[in-house]
Design a binder for this molecule. Sequence first.
Ligand code: NDP
Ligand code: 2IT
Length: 452
Amino acid sequence: MIKKGGGVSKRIEEFMEKVTAKNPGEPEFHQAVREVAESVMPFIEKNPRYQENKILERMVEPERTIMFRVPWLDDQGEIQINKGYRIEMNSAIGPYKGGIRFHPSVNLSILKFLAFEQVFKNSLTTLPMGGGKGGSDFDPKGKSDNEVMRFCQSFMTELSKHIGANTDVPAGDIGVGGREIGYMFGQYKRLRNEFTGVLTGKGLNWGGSLIRPEATGYGCVYFVQEMLKTRGESLKGKVCAVSGAGNVAQYTVEKLIQLGAKVVTLSDSNGFIYDEAGIDHKELKCVMDLKNVRRGRIKDCAKEFSCKYFDNKKPWDVKCDIAFPSATQNEINESDAKTLLKNGCIAVGEGANMPTTPEGVEVFQKAKILYAPGKASNAGGVATSGLEMSQNSMRLSWSREEVDKKLNEIMVAIHEQCVRYGKENKHVDYVTGANVAGFVKVADAMIDHGLV
Ligand code: NDP
Ligand code: 2IT
């Protein structure tokens, strides 16, 4: 942690007061901005050109916010109306890039926090991508394929006016996977009469990249592997608690099993399963089929492979060496963090975006465990989206091994940047490291571009 003198603390508070007043009722956005401000302000103090150019003040204001109506017809022929959004946060180092989330909790605060995080994350990937995020309060749960298709077509009818392969390239996030990307891509192509890489996470026979589905989970595990190396440790035999059962969780588990770790939990918004012997490849396949095809609840898996199920609970009181929160924001609070520590947890790899509350982060930081913030550890997903964009531009595709190797190299490079900017004595503060490293590249580009 860069030392914060009295002057810096005061400036952080003054800055946050302005951000809060200008963006009322957006607690998640305030939370994400505060975390960055606390890491970056001491660095800005030492490098006054960032202050003179008011870089952080400019970075918290989205370049563009698009909000629109999404009307669609359900299977009963009734009209439904949802809200649609795209936050184009920062394009200093490349086209806006970031996922689309469909979840009933989606609002401006959540999408602005995600878009803000994305700017730093994308900067860390070493690839030329700006930051954005979009979504809707549409809930895909319980909807038929036809309803999801009609919704996606209506959503894209408006969104298509604002995005493009060199402008803004969305991808998946919670509630948006291969099926939704397909429907949105189809509609974009039809409206614009062009076949371009306007979305990533595409199907393999229509412009997608090998390893993109696996990338966030695999990348998170690669990052944790790098952190463990700094303490002469490895993943072999480590007991891991994973939350979520979606895209990120599934491929985190797959890679952990491959590397000899033992994964004992998976969860969804209803509860978690606990398999003391460790989830194996066969059980993981069952989870993938349940979640990606049958679209059922994790509870059903507990029945299928007779392990324990805990209703309405999060997996953080299970004994584990490493935690991989891979579901959603603020899923680990202060008390969860303390429980994890008490049970011997030595590392946390955030697959989700901002899954730990600020109080929880403080617990991990004070204990000096290996704590990776999501913008560093889950950057493999968007990095591989960047590789998908490169392949689309070149109109060719790389092999699985090639993409996986590049992904691994990128995660190692992100780890190096965190060490470079976050090392204090023998300890690495990955929060400071990720925030400062992500900031510098974008800030320098903004200065180069003048007042825009
Ligand atoms: P999915 O929709 O595939 O899976 C989400 C999982 O998290 C589901 O198991 C879901 O349970 C659970 N979940 C969602 N919301 C909540 C909630 N409010 N409380 C409890 N559980 C919840 O999404 P992804 O796996 O793609 O995303 C997971 C996280 O990873 C998100 O934070 C996302 O922003 C982040 N991320 C995703 C990337 C990607 O490439 N997909 C890249 C980087 C980060 P249920 O089915 O019951 O809702
Ligand atoms: O949060 C994220 O980084 C994502 N949802 C992936 C974004 C992307 O453009 O691949």
